[in-house]
Design a protein around this ligand. Sequence first.
Ligand code: PFF
Length: 445
Amino acid sequence: MSTETTKRGGFGGKLAAILAAAGSAIGLGNIWRFPYITSENGGGAFIIIYLGCILLLGLPLLIAEFAVGHNSKCNPIDAFAKIRKGWGWLGAMGLISVFLIMGYYFVISGWTINYTIASATDSIGGDYGGFFTTFTTDIWKPLIFTVAFILLNHFIIIGGVQGGIEKASKIMMPLLFAILVVLAVYSLWLPEGREALGNVFTPDFSKVTGKTFLDAMGQAFFTLSVGMGAMLIYGSYFKEGTKIAGTAISVVTLDTLVAIIAAVIIFSAGVENESGMQLAFVAMPKVFAAMPLGNVWSMLFFLLLGLAALSSTISMHEAVTSYFVEKRGMTRTMGATIVTLGAILLASAASLSLGAWNEYRVAGMNLFALLDNFTAIVMLPLLGILTSVFVGWIWKRSDAKAELTAQGGVDKATYPVIYFLLRYVCPVLVSTVFVFGIIDFIKSL
Ligand code: PFF
């Protein structure tokens, strides 16, 4: 290992790389977002389109992002600039996006702490919608939990790549999988669960519209954390010998499995018609309350959501922290402190925008909704297009090939397929869906 790598820190081995990257991928996107987008868009029909997006766009982009990180062993801004001078802005664009995502993601993450505690102490009460609205529109309560969640991230990040991120991932991910399996087995054990399930997964192509494709693509990018520097920075920490393609395939497989199992749990509870935040925070506690040992199931569910969120937010925090450490020459603690403070400011404003500051709106949206929509509809597709253009057209062809085949573990026969997807399919498909999506979105305002 070179001294440079030693100084930067890195993952101890292949398993650590898979668990950390799967931790980044598996998050609120899988457990909270995937189930309700699926039910809104025709169940099984959406899943088929979504799987297409994952395979044709998400997987190649994930491989591309790992490759850029692994090849350059730098923070996202330097990584692009090192491969092609003048392209550092692409890394900066990713970091700005991930920071904006942190703004609302931390707020929801904070709620999971309150809900885990309230479930354990059986204090949600009978009015689930009322509990949610009173809590989320309050000034201080959600703020305190959001800040607590950000501080949790802070302490993991200052622990370093191996001592913090790797260690946390090795504890959190097995726990997350275990809770998921327990909840899934329980929900399938209930006869009404099995029945509800059949109904929801049956494809209903009549619900498929142009927007379905946009939703499927956006979800694929969001769930795999691609384009925003988080996977890039993790790729830069891969130990020599960690294969990029194999790791990406493991991450995509785990991520997809978790999303489908989460959908099974939620649909079997018969709450698929609820949408958005209401689904996880209002409908689920209500369903659990009707079951024997309801609090325990509810607590496990919110703990699952919190763990998934935490393993994702540390990758966001790390991507931005790495910029301050490597590009601004700060110590890790100092860099992390700046990111933590910035995140506290933005997330506090987003949290307040649901209550006290709800009247301040841009294009009809409060800050919380604005951060979510702007990143999902504008930034994610743009980053997807630009990252694929970078690897498919800008990166010197022989260098990209060497990185992907020799180090990356893509075999010679598969390489042309991945290259073709990155060079032609991703830019064309993502641009098309992007343009139609923007037109649709503007019309809906
Ligand atoms: N992939 C995460 C999820 O599905 O919840 C979200 C995410 C993580 C987005 C890391 C961006 C990121 F950099």
